[in-house]
Design a protein around this ligand. Structure first.
Ligand SMILES: *[C@@H]1O[C@H](CO)[C@@H](O)[C@H](O)[C@H]1NC(C)=O
Ligand SMILES: *[C@@H]1O[C@H](CO)[C@@H](O)[C@H](O)[C@H]1NC(C)=O
Length: 261
């Protein structure tokens, strides 16, 4: 019996679709096994490094890996850093506005705690001269930069700061800078456009040697004892936000340049 025309056609089609030159490549798997990880792309690795840093998955780290210096520079100097910071500020204000609406009014005892460096002020001009975190931190030269008091505002943080003030929220500044830097810090805050904070808390002699997370938690606990309700807390370091007497909501700003425990 002769094979029918349709059977011949089917066989022809099968040959066409199974021939390697004509079959389409399989779509890339979304879930790659470790062995499939692309190793050629240094950029992709640095993005993942930044993810682990921002989420605190990386834990303590000393400096930006050398191969990621250019990536970190591009991130900070390009649009990405500003866009990420803006998104954090918008989320912060959405929360604060919601609280304000829910409670009817937000009173003067409702406080928002801001860190200073890489939160309200940007030290990018300093870090640009120092490898964007790829060089070991030089405290002497950073303190010289602090004394100049010309760090610009992180624009989205200045916007958030003013919007929170419009809601009637009390602004508290809690920084790892030391008491001897009070004047320079105040000068710099004014230079950058910040006004009317309630208090600027700096490290005292008795705080030397304490980790940032302990020092900042202790100061927040004092605020709570005074009767403040800490609505929100903004910081570029997890040590600004974790510990005890934490805010109702904490907001982590991006910072792939350095880690403070
Ligand atoms: C740190 O900076 C100071 C002042 O700029 C400089 O004199 C000193 O050599 C630097 N130290 C190191 C280890 O680079
Ligand atoms: C603070 O800085 C201002 C301006 O730089 C200066 O005039 C003033 O003397 C400083 N005050 C202290 C206590 O250092």
């Amino acid at each position: 019996m002769k094979p029918s025309r349709s059977l011949l056609l089917l066989l022809l089609l099968l040959t066409l679709f199974t021939s390697p030159s004509l079959s389409r490549p399989a779509p890339p798997s979304l879930l790659r096994l470790p062995i499939d990880r692309p190793r050629s792309s240094a950029r992709r690795d640095c993005e993942s490094w930044r993810f682990t840093v921002e989420t605190n998955d990386a834990g303590p780290w000393k400096q930006v890996p050398g191969e990621c210096e250019a990536y970190v520079e591009a991130y900070l100097a390009g649009e990405r850093y500003a866009a990420d910071s803006r998104a954090v500020a918008e989320a912060s204000l959405a929360f604060a506005s919601g609280e304000s609406g829910r409670a009817g009014t937000v009173g003067g005892s409702d406080a928002w705690v801001f860190d200073v460096d890489e939160t309200l002020l940007s030290n990018l001009p300093f870090y640009a001269e120092n490898g964007y975190g790829a060089e070991i931190f030089n405290e002497t030269s950073f303190n010289e930069w602090v004394d100049v008091a010309r760090a610009p505002a992180l624009q989205s943080s200045l916007w958030l700061y003013q919007e929170l003030q419009n809601l009637g929220i009390t602004i508290i500044l809690l920084t790892g800078r030391s008491e001897f830097q009070r004047n320079a810090t105040e000068q710099n805050m004014l230079f950058a456009g910040y006004r009317s904070w309630e208090r600027l808390i700096l490290r005292q002699d008795s705080d030397m040697g304490k980790s940032a997370v302990v020092y900042k938690s202790e100061r927040r606990a004092e605020l709570v004892l005074e009767g403040y309700r800490i609505l929100g807390n903004s910081g570029d370091q997890w040590s600004d936000l974790l510990g005890f007497a934490v805010a109702k909501r904490s907001f982590k700003l991006p910072n792939p340049m350095y880690y403070i425990a």
